[in-house]
Design a protein around this ligand. Structure first.
Ligand SMILES: Cc1cc2nc3c(=O)[nH]c(=O)nc-3n(C[C@H](O)[C@H](O)[C@H](O)COP(=O)(O)O)c2cc1C
Length: 176
């Protein structure tokens, strides 16, 4: 699978077949997340890997749309360091969320290239998620990604077309 094929064919998957993810595959997924660039190369993202069933279920209770999380072989919570760790001022407008998104997509695409499907599971109750993960003071969960081998074809995939490229793209200026 070329990188382009992985990007184009990857769709979020919420049903997994229960097979564990081999350690070497999981290592490559995590390496892909680690290698994402970050604003000012500050590397504010950290990953908490959750394979324990009790822990997965506890985390699922911290989000509003998370039924896929307990059935995943592994979940990776993307954690951000406290914003005020930077000298000067909070840099939220360009820093943490964008960096976390880059790490997340790197991991999801690296996983998909090896046949491992995934879907985000947002932590709407972020403070409770931080407690479940035992994060140090000030650390926050940007999102959690559920990973696992897909349980057959997901019929919902065909029902989620994207907007046309024309709707996405403007050339030189808005409307161009
Ligand atoms: C920031 C973000 C948060 C998301 N949170 C959830 C979630 O909590 N639960 C869920 O089932 N899907 C979640 N998703 C998945 C989206 O619903 C998904 O990307 C959308 O359905 C498109 O899926 P597709 O790529 O398979 O077409 C999230 C996606 C993003 C980008």
């Amino acid at each position: 699978m070329t990188p382009y094929q992985a990007i184009i064919s990857k769709r979020d998957t919420r049903s997994f077949d229960g097979r564990p993810i081999p350690d070497d595959v999981l290592q490559r997924i995590l390496q892909a997340g680690r290698m994402a660039g970050s604003a000012k190369a500050l590397e504010p993202a950290r990953f908490v890997v959750i394979r324990d069933q009790v822990q997965k279920e506890a985390l699922a209770k911290c989000g509003n749309f998370t039924p896929h999380l307990p059935t995943a072989a592994a979940a990776v919570a993307i954690v951000l360091e406290p914003e005020m760790g930077v000298v000067g001022a909070p840099l939220t407008y360009f820093r943490g969320p964008f960096d976390a998104g880059r790490a997340a997509q790197n991991m999801m695409l690296a996983a998909w290239a090896e046949g491992v499907a995934s879907c985000p599971a947002s932590m709407h109750q972020a403070e409770e998620a931080a407690r479940v993960l035992r994060l140090p003071e000030g650390y926050t969960v940007a999102n959690t990604i559920a990973f696992g081998y897909p349980a057959g074809e997901d019929p919902a995939r065909q029902q989620r077309p994207r907007k046309s490229l024309d709707q996405y793209v403007h050339w030189e200026h808005w409307g161009g």
